[in-house]
Every structure is written in structure tokens, then in C-alpha cells.
Design a protein around this ligand. Structure first.
Ligand code: GKR
Ligand code: MG
Length: 432
């Protein structure tokens, strides 16, 4: 089997006015749908980041991929690693890779890993279709038939969406009730770093009161807090974040998170810390472990270099005695299925994965047959070869048309915040 054509579909999907320490989500999120046509008549698909940067990365491998055997992925990985090394002077050195000042997924240093991931996932879809097996069984076999996801809560402004304005603890509980009723999630994540820490503490407490201790809770302010504030929040939420919850990227840098960890440990508070900001590449993991800054690494097949790299990460974190969970960004069903297959084949990924899926709608879904179904908060591995989903080409065309109409080609939450909420807004770290 040989790849005969790489087709890229840049699309725009509506996104509610969600807040984070980065700013505000724009009315449309950008994604790219990738298709690989082959001489066997099979087509492989994947979904990745959108906009000019990711498209340019994919364009740059067009020639390399055309004519390639989709089973031969290691050679492509090596070529992109070599390019990354000549770009940065170091293959994957730690230090400047932190995403503290960048929206996750926008880190230019991850460019090659993201490009490889998008091609790898489409190739694995092809391989699965060629051998008649689901992708998770092609990459070594599943350890679970269904993957749990968490209710990913955001503070938000009101808009033309069914969630309303969420800017206090009470609204946060209402949002969570709505999401849990619709999807059946059993773990809860709150995107913090938006309101005064005391309001966010009150939100977590209110969620605990409403849902009880069988729903593990995590809070992620994307580095908005100082070490001092992080310690205070960790202290005040000691009970609420115990039993399977965690404190995610409370402050910037591994060194900062290490201080938080050691100060909490000194108070006999073992709340684990997770990261997708300070730990974004394999080279960061040993340092995070050495400092005991991060106990749970947040994987994501889109920027860690695909599904097989995620399995390596699963192995590495297992060896180092660290936990593994999964990060997400605004996405549709093709990404959701890639995340599900990857998580199903990572033995120590024991936390419910993040997903932004509830924030997207059926009108934008590009998967044939419509939205992916959640059963008690979990997505089942379909009994179909490959990723188990096909494209609805009318929907892809709709997404492309929207992409053509919007003026921006890069996610910029800070600019959006200035344009729609506060003309003087700046991302200040730490804010509190
Ligand atoms: O969608 O605003 C957002 C999130 O803040 C996202 O960009 C992050 O990547 O989900 C994220 C996280 O830091 O966990
Ligand atoms: Mg995070």
C-alpha cells in the first residue's frame, strides 16, 4: 500500500466564550482534518490543530509522505526529529519548551511532533483498515474497551450556547449538573485562573458538596497563581482534591511547582500535581521527577508525537512511578476517537481524560452519523477497523467554508479578551 495523496481540510468550528488564564476563546476554533488516500483505495483520516502554522507544517511533509508506505512510520519520525534538531540546535532539550507563555498547542517547538502525530494517526487508521482491526489493537492491544473522560468545566460569558454565563460557584455547579446529566462523567475538572482564587476555592467546594467524594476533582489555573497562592489553594482544598483529584499547573515552571509540592508535603498534604504546561516533551519528564514537581503527566497524542509516542510516555511515567492523564483542546469526533484509542492502549493512564467535546456541537461535527456517544462518561472502542469513524464530506465542506469566512488564522485568547471583554487586559503571571 502506498500513499498517493495528502488532503488537508482547514475548518472552523463554533466555540463558546470560554475563559482561562490565557484569555477568552474566539467564536470559532480552528482545526485541520487530514486525509491520506492510497493506491489500495483505502483512506486514512486524522484531526489536528488548525490555522496557518499547523497547515504549513503539514504542507512541508507533502512530498515526503506522497509515495510512502503507511506502515513505515519510524523513518518519517526520524526525518522530522532531525529537522527539529537543526531548527533548535538540540533534539528535545528541556528549558525553553515550557508552554507558560503560549496557548498549549501553539508552541512552535512542538511543530514537528504535531505534524508527525497528524500523519501517524491517519496512517494508523489506514493500517487498521488494511488489517481489519481497531487502531488500539494495531498498536499493541487495548487494556480497556471504553475510556473514561472528565466533565471539563469552564467559567464563561453568556452567549448563543445552552450553558449560559458561569462566573461564580453556583453557576459552576449548574454547568456541571448539566454536563454530567448529558454525558454521565464521573470525574470533574475546573479550568481556573480566571476569578479570584477564593471564588475558585468556593466553586470546588460547592462541586464537592453537590457531587460527593466519589467524583474526583481537579483544578487547572494554567500557572495564574504564585507559589504562595498555590500553597494556600492546595491547603484549603486538601480534602476536595484528595481521592483521585489533582492540582494542575498551579504556578509557572517546574521549580515553582516543586516548591509548592515540598511546602504541601511538609504539612502532610500529598495532593498530586499534574502538568501540560511545564512538561511538554520527553526531556522534561526526568527533571519533573527529580524535583518531584509533577506527579502526573498530561499526555495528548496531538502534541506528544502521536499514539505510539504516548505509549512510550506511558511506559516512561510507569518506570518513574509517575501517573498519566490526558490533556485536550477544542476538538471534534475524529480527535476524540484518536484520544480514545491511544488511552485504551496505555496501561497506566488511569485518570479520566480531559475533553472539550461537550463545548462543540452537532452542527459542526465532521464524523459521518454525527456526534460520538458517551456511555456513563466513557467512549467505547467501536467494533470497526481503524479509528472506527468516517468523514461526512458535506460537514467538512461546511467547516471549510466557515474557515474561509473568518479573519484569523491563529488562536489568540489574549487579543480576543481585549476585543470583547476588557481593552486593557493582559496575561499577567502570576495574576494572584
Ligand atoms: O481551552 O482554554 C482552553 C484550555 O486552557 C486549553 O487551551 C488548555 O490546553 O485544556 C488546557 C489545559 O491546560 O489543560
Ligand atoms: Mg492543563
Amino acid at each position: 500500500m502506498r500513499i498517493t495523496e495528502l488532503i488537508l481540510h482547514p475548518i472552523a468550528i463554533s466555540d463558546p466564550p470560554l475563559r482561562s488564564s490565557y484569555g477568552l476563546h474566539a467564536p470559532f476554533a480552528l482545526r485541520t482534518i487530514v486525509e491520506l488516500k492510497t493506491d489500495s483505495g483505502l483512506t486514512g483520516i486524522s484531526e489536528t490543530y488548525g490555522g496557518d502554522g499547523p497547515l504549513a507544517g503539514l504542507e512541508s511533509v507533502r512530498q515526503r509522505v506522497t509515495g510512502m508506505d503507511p506502515f513505515q512510520l519510524a523513518g518519517l519520525y526520524r526525518d522530522l526529529q532531525e529537522e527539529a534538531a537543526s531548527d533548535t540546535g538540540a533534539p528535545s532539550g528541556p528549558g525553553d519548551r515550557s508552554q507558560t507563555h503560549l496557548v498549549p498547542g501553539e508552541n512552535p517547538l512542538d511543530r514537528h511532533a504535531r505534524t508527525f502525530a497528524a500523519i501517524e494517526i491517519a496512517c494508523l487508521d489506514l493500517i487498521g483498515k488494511a488489517v481489519g482491526k481497531p487502531v488500539c489493537d494495531v498498536i499493541g492491544g487495548r487494556v480497556r474497551d471504553a475510556v473514561n473522560f472528565s466533565a471539563y468545566l469552564f467559567y464563561k460569558h453568556g452567549g448563543s450556547d445552552p450553558w449560559g454565563e458561569v462566573l461564580d460557584a453556583e453557576a459552576c455547579v449548574r454547568e456541571c449538573r448539566q454536563m454530567v446529566a448529558q454525558y454521565g462523567f464521573r470525574e470533574i475538572k475546573l479550568k481556573g485562573g480566571v476569578l479570584e482564587p477564593d471564588v475558585e476555592i468556593a466553586s470546588i467546594r460547592a462541586l464537592r458538596r453537590e457531587f460527593g467524594s466519589s467524583y474526583p476533582l481537579r483544578i487547572d489555573p494554567n500557572c495564574a497563581w504564585s507559589v504562595e497562592t498555590s500553597v494556600r489553594v492546595g491547603r484549603e482544598l486538601k480534602d476536595e482534591l484528595s481521592g483521585g483529584g489533582y492540582l494542575e499547573d498551579p504556578c509557572a515552571t517546574l521549580e515553582g511547582m516543586a516548591q509548592v509540592r515540598h511546602r504541601l508535603l511538609a504539612e502532610n498534604n500529598r495532593t498530586p500535581q499534574a502538568s501540560n504546561v511545564a512538561v511538554t516533551s520527553f526531556a522534561d519528564v526526568p527533571r519533573a521527577r527529580e524535583l518531584d514537581a509533577v506527579q502526573i503527566v498530561l499526555s495528548d497524542p496531538h502534541y506528544w508525537g502521536g499514539m505510539r509516542q504516548l505509549q512510550h510516555l506511558s511506559y516512561l511515567t510507569g518506570v518513574l512511578g509517575m501517573g498519566l492523564s490526558m490533556h485536550s483542546n477544542s476538538h471534534l469526533g475524529v480527535s476524540l476517537m484518536a484520544m480514545t484509542h491511544a488511552a485504551a492502549a496505555c496501561p497506566n493512564l488511569t485518570y479520566a481524560c480531559d475533553t472539550h467535546y461537550p463545548w462543540q456541537t452537532a452542527e459542526d461535527e465532521v464524523v459521518a452519523g454525527g456526534r460520538i456517544h458517551f456511555d456513563h462518561g466513557a467512549v467505547r472502542i467501536p467494533d470497526k477497523p481503524g479509528l472506527g469513524v468516517d468523514l461526512d464530506y458535506d460537514q467538512v465542506a461546511r467547516g471549510r467554508e466557515r474557515y474561509g469566512k473568518i479573519p484569523y488564522r491563529k488562536r489568540d485568547d489574549e487579543a480576543e479578551m481585549r476585543q470583547r471583554v476588557d481593552p486593557n487586559w493582559k496575561r499577567v503571571l502570576p495574576r494572584w
